[in-house]
Design a protein around this ligand. Structure first.
Ligand code: UD1
Ligand code: CA
Length: 442
């Protein structure tokens, strides 16, 4: 049994942004979400998230968030950001509410909040290794082609059979030329016995470049005192990208984008050009759907089987495309349903729409959903035909098999009855002559 502590109180000054670092989005989700998701998968006994800088904003965004099967997150406050060891101390203490036995929370997995790409499987391996080797502390490391920005791992001399033991962790700011050459880095994830942490936490100082209490010093103190400190390596260096600044955010985002695309491809989605496709996290795409080049698909969209999207489409949150629906060139859709077999192929904006089945939406159609104060709904029922360049002003309904002529402006509240055709500006009923088949002749 173990508990998880996420360190998320830092200001993230290097981001040079007014937003707390943990709220920066990576493929549509805040950084902190990626840390909490690891708890959903791993199922720790408790989860404590240490917050400080910008905590009101963080709590606002995450107020409804629980983890696992509806379990509450413990939000621990670090009033002043005095370093990662201080943050860990706040987090670990919060796991032991008054009167509880220390052993109850189990060993503690401490995770820096800015490691979105770290896989739960890696953390699971770390948990297994920690148990099997009966370690006091297990540290995650990685050999990186570019170790810049990370703490470097210093080891004793090893031999062919055994790598050297962890001897020191030197932060980049405290490192000399030789230490900077070292490619093995501290990922920022530790599994430790709380008693071992507390013992060494008391002993560490702030004699370093940042004048902070370093969690890495706790690890080093423990190793020097003869506690069993074990390391485990991450093979894929992309998994260990951290986010300290905007460059690293962009890099981490590129890795995550590729990872998500591979997941969609493996699930049977056809993506013509992965390099120009941006699909955020949490999009549901059925096997057999086709995504053409240059599309942006934001989180919370659902794309059914047989659908085609793109090229050059923008699906914003809340879009549902039912079976065989098509969204084409230069179309933006937001918070809308497109029923089975419906098409909007060219140059349109569909906002807050509920479009039925087999509807054809002509080129250049606009759903005018916003009246300057409120967003309103537009309903287009089954088999309707919206002529090119139509503007539908919300709230309004276009009935079943109804038609709008090219350039029609259908005013708010002026619902088009089933089967009727409207034309003009503002749109009025079109009195077309009908032949005895009931078909319009024009
Ligand atoms: C830390 C490690 C470094 C490692 C790197 C990789 C230390 C001293 N250094 O450096 O060895 O290679 O992570 O991930 O630990 N935080 C708080 N309160 C604080 C300070 C930080 O909650 O007082 C949180 C931050 O929000 C962040 C995490 O701790 O999520 C790590 O802090 P950060 O400033 O990113 O540490 P690094 O300089 O990257
Ligand atoms: Ca960091």
């Amino acid at each position: 049994m173990f508990s998880l502590v996420v360190l998320a109180a830092g200001k993230g000054s290097r981001m040079k942004s007014p937003l707390p670092k943990m709220l920066h989005l990576l493929m549509g989700e805040p950084l902190l979400e990626y840390a909490i998701e690891k708890a959903d998968v791993l199922g720790p006994r408790r989860l404590s998230v240490v917050i400080g800088h910008g905590r009101e904003q963080i709590l606002e965004r995450f107020s409804d968030r629980q983890f696992g099967a509806e379990r509450d997150i413990c939000w621990a406050v670090q009033e002043e950001q005095l370093g990662t060891a201080h943050a860990a101390n706040v987090g670990i203490e919060s796991l032991f509410p008054d009167g509880e036995e220390n052993g109850d929370a189990g060993d503690v997995l401490i995770l820096n909040g800015d490691l979105p790409l770290l896989r739960p499987e890696t953390l699971q391996q770390m948990l297994n290794c920690h148990d099997e080797s009966n370690a006091d502390i297990t540290v995650l490391t990685c050999v990186k082609s570019d170790p810049a920005g990370f703490g470097r791992i210093i080891r004793t001399d090893g031999n062919e059979d055994q790598e050297g033991l962890l001897q020191d962790i030197i932060e980049e700011g405290d490192a000399d030329e030789a230490a900077r050459e070292i490619q093995e880095i501290n990922v920022g994830t530790y599994l430790l016995k709380p008693s071992v942490f507390f013992r060494h936490y008391k002993a560490i100082g702030t004699d370093n470049q940042q004048g902070e209490r370093y969690l890495t010093d706790v690890v080093v103190q423990a190793a020097r005192a003869g506690d069993k400190v074990v390391t485990i390596g991450v093979k894929d260096e992309n998994d260990t990208s951290q986010v300290n600044n905007q460059r690293e955010l962009a890099t981490a985002q590129a890795h995550m984008r590729n990872r998500l695309i591979e997941e969609y491809l493996d699930a049977g989605v056809q993506i013509d050009d992965p390099s120009s496709t941006y699909i955020e996290k949490g999009v549901e795409i059925s096997a057999g759907a086709k995504i053409h080049p240059f599309c942006v698909i934001r989180r919370g969209s659902k794309i059914g089987p047989g659908c085609e999207v793109g090229p050059f489409s923008h699906l914003r949150p809340g879009v549902v495309l039912e079976e065989n629906a098509k969204v084409g060139n230069f179309v933006e859709i937001k918070n809308s349903r497109m029923g089975a077999g419906s098409k909007t192929n060219h140059l349109s904006y569909i906002g807050d729409g509920d479009v039925g089945e087999r509807v054809n939406i002509g080129a250049g159609t606009i759903f005018a959903n916003y009246d300057g104060e409120n967003k309103n709904k537009i309903q287009v029922k089954d088999d309707a035909f919206i002529g090119s360049g139509s503007v539908l002003v919300a709230p309004v309904t276009v009935g079943k098999k109804a038609r709008t002529g090219a350039g029609a402006v259908v005013l708010r509240g002026r619902d088009v009855p089933d089967g009727e055709t409207v034309v003009g500006v503002p749109a009025r009923q079109h009195n077309a002559k009908k032949d005895n088949t009931g078909k319009s002749q024009d």
